[in-house]
Design a protein around this ligand. Structure first.
Ligand code: NAD
Length: 426
């Protein structure tokens, strides 16, 4: 069907000499669909694509497991699809790989309104998102995250980037997807270690922002680690919703979103000291969260019982709580040296997010090297942890969890869902 648009405009002449100001940020909302059923995911995806051409970006592993099947299903529904798979792993999150993807798009007949579809983990999503932000000054992209970390974190919030050899995520921008379709069924093929690393990110969000989510994970840890679809769906739905609320409050990471860095100060130092690779990001962050919890407890900011719950849940989820439990144990001196480097880059201040209770955290920049050293190995609080799935706590009744979102499996990112929030500068 041919359509014609007539656009009228009648802007006034501004008074001479008046300062011209502009707002360059466009406000947009997008939906995150969470489901356990692939057919429903494909239908949602087809609807979101809405008759446009699709350029799928994935990695070789995900292509074999899921993306080729998704592409074939879209084709059978009449969607024109072209695909490109990159090698799996962080090394693909590079400017060189982004250029190869841009070349591929430029040689195709993909237009400005056609869609880039990122199917994969955080590496594919970050890289494809950045390519989408740059190609033709920005084309629409849709995320189909296939790792737990990507479903609860990387696919949401619009932080897109590739790595530079000097630092991770150095070349990037804020560019939000048009939609996110998370099917927890895709997690069935994921390595158990990757599942635990993704769970670390959800536990982090629960500690800083949602006591009910924390209790939910405590009560359902066994089913979650066994990849029970219903438990995973509730988890991804709740974590996505909470991330949306946090991002909407502070879309460009100026202040309030900083609690999302809980566990990251020591986590980044651990990743640096172990050479980015042997220790997964979620594992490093889990260790960082345990360290920050011990520091908060030692300072009297956090009660012993809550500290024990936090460290206990991380331990029960099979996550490392100290340097000696990491897949590769870095010498404490290397971690301290990496922290000193971070301090130098941040003009002398090392920022720690310290929990003060579930759902509340203090951002402190006066944590000393002695406090960090004492907390790197202290395992005293881990004694309360049981094995995976055997963890129980004093919190909430069973099965009473509900998320803050709207209709089942769907919500949109237009800010400030229900829930209480206050921010006070200490
Ligand atoms: P990843 O993308 O490297 O995926 C991990 C591995 O799992 C890969 O080998 C991949 O091929 C494989 N895989 C993916 N889905 C699978 C599935 N369903 N079954 C089996 N294997 C599967 O790593 P990740 O942990 O998903 O993401 C890490 C990246 O995400 C990092 O680069 C990090 O910087 C980024 N990240 C970005 C944000 C953000 O806000 N943009 C947030 C957190 C992390």
């Amino acid at each position: 069907m041919n359509e014609q648009f007539l656009i009228r405009d009648d802007q006034p002449m501004p008074p001479a000499g008046e300062v011209v100001t502009t707002s360059s940020r466009r406000e947009r909302s997008y939906s995150i669909h969470v489901t356990a059923d692939e057919d429903s995911a494909l239908q949602t995806l087809t609807d979101a694509i809405g008759g446009r051409q699709v350029s799928v970006v994935t990695d070789h592993i995900v292509d074999n497991l899921h993306a080729a099947r998704i592409a074939a299903a879209l084709t059978s529904r009449g969607v024109p699809v072209r695909s490109m798979a990159v090698p799996a792993g962080e090394q693909s999150k590079s400017l060189q790989m982004a250029c190869r993807l841009l070349d591929w798009l430029a040689r195709s007949d993909a237009g400005r309104r056609d869609v880039l579809l990122a199917i994969g983990g955080g590496v594919v999503i970050d890289t494809a998102g950045w390519v989408a932000s740059a190609y033709m000054r920005g084309i629409p992209y849709i995320n189909v995250p296939t790792t737990l970390l990507a479903q609860v974190d990387a696919a949401i919030g619009g932080k897109v980037a590739v790595d530079h050899w000097i630092a991770k995520n150095l070349i990037g921008s804020f560019y939000e997807p048009e939609a996110v379709v998370s099917c927890v069924g895709y997690l069935a093929t994921l390595d158990a270690r990757q599942v635990r690393a993704g769970l670390a990110e959800v536990i982090k969000k629960a500690i800083i922002a949602s006591p009910p989510l924390f209790s939910f994970i405590e009560r359902h840890l066994g089913p979650l680690l066994a990849l029970d679809p219903a438990a995973l769906r509730s988890l991804v739905h709740a974590a996505s919703s909470i991330k949306c609320v946090l991002v909407a409050r502070d879309p460009y990471e100026t202040d309030l979103r900083r609690t999302l860095n809980f566990g990251h100060t020591v986590g980044h130092a651990v990743e640096t000291a172990t050479g980015h690779g042997p220790v997964l990001h979620g594992e490093a962050v889990a260790c960082g969260m345990a360290v920050a919890t011990r520091i908060a407890c030692a300072r009297g900011l956090l009660g012993g019982q809550t500290a024990a719950r936090i460290v206990g849940l991380l331990g029960a989820a099979g996550l490392p709580l100290s340097l000696s439990e990491l897949a590769l144990e870095p010498p404490a001196g290397d971690v301290i040296a990496a922290l000193a480097k971070i301090r130098q880059v941040r003009a002398g201040s090392l920022r720690f997010v310290l929990p003060t209770e579930l759902g509340s955290a203090l951002i402190a920049d006066d944590v000393t090297e002695d406090e960090i050293c004492a907390a790197l190995y202290d395992r005293a609080m881990t004694a309360v942890a049981g094995g995976p799935g055997q963890f129980s706590t004093v919190a909430g009744g069973p099965g009473q969890f509900s998320t803050v979102a709207g209709g089942p499996g769907q919500f949109s990112t237009v800010a400030g869902g229900p829930g209480q929030f206050s921010g006070v500068r200490a």
